[in-house]
Design a protein around this ligand. Sequence first.
Ligand code: HEM
Length: 469
Amino acid sequence: MPGPSTLSNLIEFFWRDGFSRIHEIQLEHRKKYGKIFKSRFGPQLVVSIADRGLVAEVLRAEGVAPQRANMESWHEYRDMRGRSNGLISAEGEDWLNMRSVLRQLIMRPRDVAVFSDDVNEVVDDLVTRVCALRAQESDGTTVLNVNDLFFKYAMEGVASILYECRLGCLETNVPQKTQDYIGALNLMFSSFKTTMYAGAIPKWLRPIIPKPWEEFCNSWDGLFKFSMIHVDKRFSDIKAQLQRGEEVKGGLLTHLLVTREMSIEEIYANVTEMLLAGVDTVGFIFLSNGHLPTSVKLNFPLHASQTKGSGTADDGMWRRRRRFGSLEAVCQKFLRLFPVLPGNGRIIQDDLVVGGYFIPKGTQLALCHYSTSLEEENFSDALEFQPQRWVRKDASDRVDNFGSIPFGYGIRSCVGRRIAELEMHLALIRLIQKFRIEVSPVTTEVKAKTHGLLCPSAPINLRFVDREN
Ligand code: HEM
């Protein structure tokens, strides 16, 4: 099997900062080595699949509990602190049990429609914040560094569902506890490279190079601490309500705490991992709205007339999706041109023959979604903005294309997809109805970089101009 040599890989990643260019390296390697190639990272052999047909073959052959990647460092941290794994890090029977609980609660559009009112309240605050921020600029329309704003919206939105409370991310003065959490989250992503090293550096080397492992543990400590505060708070509220003989009502967290379908440690781990999975992904997708126009020279694609309606809970999720079909198509298109997870992994659990090669059980596969998303043979005029490719003619019309599967595919795909879509749709509907959104002239071309996830490499500044009606 073709592929870069171990030495050139080491130079590419450790010397030329390849970890922040994983998406570009995927394209280069696809061009140079073809649809399937191998790389070595120290002792770890990785087989990369950069073809939509082969990606489909791999994912369709999955068993009942697919394994995503080598999560040894995550497991080690959790063992060391006596913590449980959440859905991202769990494997086998543990994963199956937790997945079947969460699947029933948040994987259908109608399950998450009940969160619409909570998310709409967060959207109210987003709009207020946009108005406050643009008022600080001399032109009265520009919001500088929307990266930060959308990150905070995503965090507030996901937390309103996961913790059933507000964090104050969109307030002028963000509460200290929330700031600490944002610090831990940033550390987790900014130390993505370090995290890779934490996993890659053998344990015996840690006394000599302690920093990566220490930072990895510190950021997890911060993330767990924050979740535990909110879970414990909801738990004691529920106990107090029961003691007073009141009926306990609530959302996802209340359900988990009351039914005890998961242990308390599993609840801590799952809300921690879901918040981690949900904040930057959703935040970065909003950013692609601003990022894409600057990089592919497009303008904001939706017009207010395409988004009539309120997007409230009584709109009904499915009705809303039909009405806002074009909006959904736009999100799909953003996710194709800007897949926040540019690649995904699998450790295959059975021997497999792919692309004419025998791949033994236990091999780590890297599925190159960024490269397949931009492949001309998968999407004609691949860099063009054509949301109509994703518009479904009716409910039975499916637009399946393994070239672009931003939420993954099959039994181990993104469990938070419907929550993410709810957050994206409700905020976009309102923003587009209220403002004409343009890239500010102070934004220069912003390139993508890999920072754990695919994200813009510089602040994006947008103008929010009031629509006349
Ligand atoms: C635009 C937003 C998002 C994108 C593009 C995205 C994408 C993904 C992808 C590609 C995976 C891996 C799937 C696989 O291995 O086949 C994943 C897994 C996961 N995502 Fe998301 N995600 C998003 C938002 C969210 C949100 C909002 C949450 C939580 C509220 C979430 C929670 C998770 C979890 C827990 C997993 C692990 C699932 C498992 O292993 O069973 N994601 N996501």
